[in-house]
Every structure is written in structure tokens, then in C-alpha cells.
Design a protein around this ligand. Structure first.
Ligand code: RNT
Ligand code: ZN
Length: 422
């Protein structure tokens, strides 16, 4: 579609939204101010660059597939992220794991990392106007091989991981300071038992103690925020997870930390869209790991499905997108083109936010307060066929990214020219 036609279609859609009391221009303006934190680990199957050929091991998580073109170096990963970002409308963020450090070919252990090992990432982020988020890596390491880290029964092992957590906060704070936007550093640990424990309390007491030690030093929230992420189970930790949802919800409320909700970390019929309003009431912030579980925490590429739209609606309706909510993606699919995987998921997240921003929320709430549930249902259903795609196409064109499926041509030619040669 040419530009004139796009604008014309947009104008018609805009009028239709205006008749419902929705300002489509304002929706696009709001949309461009919501960054999505793009997870670096989709590009190399959660491998990282600690050693040459580093691979994900342990942690109860798994990247499956062997599609050609996986990034093998920091330069390759950056090139792939640049390609993905050029196809996603808006200005976003980079979410980095500690194992993606630049160590100049000399192994640096997790209890020795410094901001200097991430300076090249910070400089790169500056160049692309990206904020950064960060994660300590509590897996793929000999000291995590038995499935325990911060809740380990051995004090020396706990201390090692506590030190890693402390250093990661310093690194996160330095990222936030240099980039002028707070870095959210998210603590997720795999700790848990394959089989039925005899003591469910001890590991949780140890975890509280370790977390309190990690968070002991106060850091200015203008540059850095702490987040904690719960989970239901992992591979090899099917019977008991130390950092369960109840554990971290209580921890985050009592310590006033940001709580992370990962869409794949709950029972199959439980959804995070239902939890957002409560978390926002009691925690100082919410970090989302938008993912898609298929039968288990499988970390499939995010689709524009009902749950994604429900998540986006809850975020928008809360009115807290700018002061309390951090949107990040978390999936790793190695069975398809990895750049395409990023683009599909991120574009879907932005689409879902746009659909939510185009909702006539106040009219819906009015119907609800009036007890007119028939009208509420009619409106919710009619919304599904409103012309949001015209706004989306226009938004992509305005942001200088391909409209519709045209982005895939670019990924295919990148695959031919770059990925297939690896
Ligand atoms: C694991 C958690 C965690 C990781 C990343 C790589 O189940 O979701 O967030 O996916 O840290
Ligand atoms: Zn996650």
C-alpha cells in the first residue's frame, strides 16, 4: 500500500474511533513512549559469552531446535539485534544477562564481574538510544550444577552467588547511570527439588537471607531497580521450587521490590493478566516477562493471542505504564530464524498495546458501574472488529519500519547474506 492510501485508510479508522470517544493520534503517541525490553538471549539460545562456545546448561530451562545462524560472538549478536530493532516500530530497551559479558577472551568468574565487562554493551546501547535491563546468571555454572544457588545448603556456595548478585546490582546501576534511565536488575534462580522435600522451610529461609544480603545496599531508584521473579517448577525441579509465587509476592511486598510476572511460570490455566492489578497495588513496580507456555514453561514465541491482549489491556487500564510497569520479553526458540522470532514477538507486544490503547475504556467502565453487563459484552465483542490494523500500519510507516509482512523479506535476505554463512 502506498503512503497516500495508508493515510487515507488511517483517517477513516480515526473517525470510527473518534465516534467511540477514542483518539487514535493520542493512542499512537502513548504507544511510542512504551519501550519493550528485548531479551538478548533469543539470539543465541541463552548461551552467553563467558567461554568460547558457551551453552545453556541446567537451570531447569531449555532451548530446543538447531536452526542455522545462531550468534557465536558479541558482534554477531549485536548485528542480529540491530536487524531486529530496525523492524520493530518505536524505541526500545536491551535486556542483558550477566553471562553476556565482554571478557576479552580471559575467563572472568561470576563473583568477579565488573561494570567494565559491560561497557561495550553500554556504549552500543547509547548509540542506539536504548535503555538497558540486567540479570544475574544463576545457571550454566559448576556452582549451580546441583540445582541450588542462593538457597544452597552450603554456605560457601551461597556466598559465591550472593557476591554475584551484589556485583550485578552495581553493574545494573552503572548502566542506568550512564544511560539516564533506571536499569531493572531481575533476580531469578532455579533452586528446587526433583522429588518431594522433607523441609520446605529451610531453603526458603536461606533464600530470604541471601536476598536480603544482596539488596543490603540502597541504590538510587533513578538509576536502578531490583526485581524478583517467581516460578512454579523447572526441569529437574518438578516437586518443589524455593522461589514460588507466594514466596516472592510476599518478599516483594515486604521489601518493596519490583515483582516480575513471567507468563510461563504458573499453572496452565492460571494467567498473569489476572494478577497485574493486585501486584500494582502492593508492589512499587511490575516487570513483565512476556512469554508463551505450551503445556509447560516452554518459552515459545509470543503470539497475538487472547492472553497477550488481556495482559496489554490490564497494563493500559491500570494507568501505571509510565511509572510502575516494565515490559520485557522472555522466550527462546532455536527451531526457527532467531531474528524473526524476536520480531514476531516484539511486534505482537506492540500491537497488543496499541489495541489496548484504542479501547474505549471509560465507556466500558461506565457500563460496568451502571450494571449494564449486556452493553459491556456487546462493546467488548464489537471492539474485535474495529480497524486497529489501519492504525498499526500507519504507525509502522510513520516509524520507518516495514508495513505488514514486508519485514520478513528483510529477515530472509539477512539470513541469506549473514546468518547462513555462520
Ligand atoms: C526462567 C526465567 C528467567 C529466564 C531468563 C533467561 O524460567 O523465566 O527469566 O528465562 O533469565
Ligand atoms: Zn522469565
Amino acid at each position: 500500500m502506498n503512503e497516500g492510501k495508508l493515510t487515507q485508510t488511517y483517517q477513516t479508522a480515526k473517525e470510527q474511533y473518534a465516534s467511540l470517544g477514542v483518539d487514535a493520534d493520542a493512542a499512537m503517541k502513548a504507544l511510542e513512549s512504551i519501550p519493550i525490553s528485548l531479551h538478548c538471549w533469543q539470539g543465541d539460545d541463552v548461551g552467553g559469552f563467558e567461554t568460547a562456545g558457551a551453552q545453556l546448561s541446567g537451570g531447569g530451562i531449555q532451548a530446543t531446535g538447531n536452526y542455522p545462524g545462531k550468534a557465536r560472538t558479541i558482534a554477531e549478536l549485536r548485528g542480529d539485534i540491530e536487524k531486529a530493532l530496525s523492524l520493530i516500530p518505536g524505541t526500545h530497551r536491551l535486556n542483558l544477562h550477566a553471562c553476556y559479558l565482554e571478557n576479552g577472551g580471559k575467563f572472568v568468574d561470576r563473583d568477579e564481574i565488573e561494570p567494565a565487562h559491560f561497557q561495550s554493551w553500554i556504549d552500543w546501547a547509547k548509540r542506539y538510544h536504548l535503555g538497558m535491563d540486567f540479570n544475574p546468571t544463576f545457571f550454566s555454572h559448576a556452582k549451580a550444577a546441583d540445582g541450588f544457588t542462593l538457597a544452597h545448603a552450603d554456605e560457601a556456595i551461597r556466598d559465591f552467588w550472593i557476591q554475584h548478585g551484589i556485583l550485578c546490582r552495581k553493574i545494573g546501576a552503572e548502566m542506568g547511570r550512564q544511560l539516564g534511565t533506571p536499569t531493572v536488575t531481575n533476580v531469578w534462580i532455579p533452586d528446587g527439588y526433583k522429588d518431594i522435600p522433607a523441609d520446605r522451610t529451610g531453603p526458603r529461609e536461606r533464600l530470604v537471607d541471601s536476598l536480603d544480603k544482596i539488596f543490603a545496599e540502597a541504590i538510587d531508584p533513578k538509576i536502578h531497580l531490583d526485581a524478583v521473579e517467581a516460578k512454579l517448577f523447572g526441569i529437574g525441579a518438578e516437586s518443589y521450587t524455593v522461589g514460588s509465587h507466594e514466596f516472592y509476592l510476599a518478599y516483594a511486598v515486604s521489601r518493596q521490590k519490583v515483582l516480575t510476572l513471567d507468563a510461563g511460570h504458573f499453572h496452565p490455566t492460571e494467567v498473569i493478566s489476572e494478577k497485574i492489578s493486585t501486584v500494582l497495588m502492593f508492589c512499587p513496580g511490575l516487570l513483565l516477562h512476556v512469554s508463551r507456555p505450551v503445556r509447560w514453561d516452554s518459552d515459545h514465541v509470543v503470539l497475538l493471542d487472547d492472553e497477550l491482549q488481556n495482559i496489554a489491556k490490564e497494563l493500559v487500564r491500570s494507568g501505571r505504564l509510565h511509572d510502575k510497569i516494565h515490559v520485557g520479553l522472555d522466550y527462546f526458540d532455536a527451531s526457527i530464524n532467531r531474528v524473526a522470532a524476536w520480531v514476531i514477538g516484539a511486534r505482537n507486544m506492540v500491537k497488543a498495546l496499541l489495541i489496548a490503547l484504542l479501547e474505549p475504556t471509560s465507556t466500558l467502565k461506565r457500563a460496568e458501574l451502571d450494571g449494564d453487563f449486556t452493553r459491556r459484552l456487546v462493546m467488548l465483542e464489537e471492539q474485535k472488529s474495529l480497524p486497529w490494523t489501519a492504525v498499526w500500519d500507519y504507525y509502522c510507516a510513520k516509524k520507518g519500519v516495514p508495513v505488514g509482512g514486508a519485514w520478513f523479506d528483510e529477515v530472509r535476505s539477512y539470513e541469506k547474506q549473514v546468518l547462513s554463512k555462520r
